[in-house]
Design a protein around this ligand. Structure first.
Ligand SMILES: [Zn+2]
Ligand SMILES: [Zn+2]
Length: 396
């Protein structure tokens, strides 16, 4: 099994890639420079490269020569490459050179770690049999990159028996890995309800039907879903994020139409179904009691990210063997953010792990804040773990 010291010699190269990517952040499906850097680094390591998958996606294919080069098994390792539409405030020498663009989720680090692992694995092909598909995915941040790669035939062109990914986590100590056997992240769906009544003069409410009052009652009743319909041992979130009614210059008009939009999160398919069903039922019921109409629309965007138990156990073993058993955890509380790796886990067995980047010497704070900067000290641990997963799966 590879150990942390095996990957330390690549720390400098990984840091250089990471800071180069950080200085040149690109939004989802616009990762042209990033994809070119990835393809160049993979080719420099002697790895076969396919570009332009779902636009800016890149896949490197690496065949092991261990056990006489046999081995029909294949696994996928996935890194996301995109940045966020935010203004950076780190002041780092490698800070974003693109105004309003920033690597605030550490995908620059994920890409650099997978490049480091690819480089090491290519130089150590005799240590595994079978195939590693190095999947560099565009557009993880709510832009549909994983779905687009699947639609472009990702697993038909590059078949895998299992798929793995890491995400940095500042809340976990540096170099510690946590991989729960079940839910890791929540589903991420949006919904909207339009309430339609009969608009009227603000002074003569009896001449119309008030869509605003119905919407207000709906918003209050919405919170009974989690409080009263959901098993107290389960988790779910329903939040309102947008509310539009009337015109600011017309406070004396009861508007005919009100739009309410929000998000819903769940850690399992049954809870997701429950949230969808109850949002619609409460909207229609509230509207009926107020004499207005409701048109609820629920849009399923991402399912929950749920690890497969066998692959989570394998990843946990690989983390223990490469980083030390004191740095490998087989549990972590689920997080209510969403992640499109969920779609890859619906298509193939696999696991998603948290890689700790928490470090008093590097107080970058949480993801998606303007001072966030991936902790380069975690690069060798992340790359070592990726190599460890390959040996645990395909070891010669
Ligand atoms: Zn993010
Ligand atoms: Zn992220």
């Amino acid at each position: 099994m590879p150990a942390l010291p095996d990957l330390e010699p690549l720390a400098e190269a990984m840091t250089a890639w990471r800071r180069d990517l950080h200085a040149h952040p690109e939004l989802g499906f616009e990762e042209h420079r990033t994809a070119a850097l990835v393809a160049r680094a993979l080719r420099a390591a002697g790895i076969e490269v396919a570009e332009g998958i779902a636009g800016t996606g890149v896949v490197g294919t690496l065949r092991g020569t261990g056990a006489g080069g046999g081995g029909n098994r294949a696994i996928g390792l996935r890194a996301d490459m995109d940045a966020l539409a935010m203004q950076e405030a780190t002041g780092a020498p490698w800070a974003s050179r693109s105004p309003g663009r920033m690597h605030a989720c550490g995908h620059d680090g994920h890409t650099a770690m997978l490049l480091g692992a690819a480089t090491w694995l290519s130089a150590n092909r005799d240590r595994f049999a079978g195939t590693v598909q190095l999947i560099f995915q565009p557009a993880e941040e709510s832009r549909g990159g994983a779905g687009a790669m699947l639609a472009a035939g990702l697993f038909e062109r590059f078949p895998v028996d299992a798929v793995y990914a890491l995400h940095n986590l500042p809340g976990l100590p540096l170099g510690t890995v946590a991989v729960p056997p079940g839910p890791v992240l929540a589903s991420s769906d949006t919904w909207e309800v339009t309430f339609r009544g009969r608009g009227t003069h603000g002074a003569k409410p009896h001449l119309g039907t008030d869509a605003t009052l119905a919407a207000a009652a709906f918003i209050v009743a919405l919170q009974t879903i989690v409080a009263r319909n959901l098993d107290p041992m389960e988790a779910g979130v329903v939040s309102v994020g947008h509310l539009a009614a009337g015109h600011p210059e017309a406070p004396n008009v009861i508007p005919a139409e009100v739009l309410v939009r929000g998000t819903a999160r769940a850690l399992s398919a049954p809870v997701r179904d429950l949230l969808e069903g109850r949002i619609g039922a409460i909207a229609r019921g509230t509207a009926a009691s107020h004499g207005v109409e409701a048109s609820p629309v629920y849009t399923r965007r991402l399912p929950p990210t749920v690890n497969h138990a066998a692959q989570a156990a394998l990843l946990h073993r690989a983390a223990g063997a490469t980083l030390g058993s004191d740095r490998a955890r087989d549990h972590h509380p689920p997080i209510t953010a969403g992640e499109d790796f969920a779609l890859l886990l619906e298509a193939r067995p696999g696991a998603y792990a948290w890689l700790g980047t928490g470090d008093p010497a590097h107080p970058e704070g949480w993801h998606h804040n303007p001072r966030f900067d991936f902790n380069d000290a975690a690069l060798p641990a992340g790359a070592a773990l990726l190599c460890g997963i390959v040996e645990a799966e395909l070891g010669a």
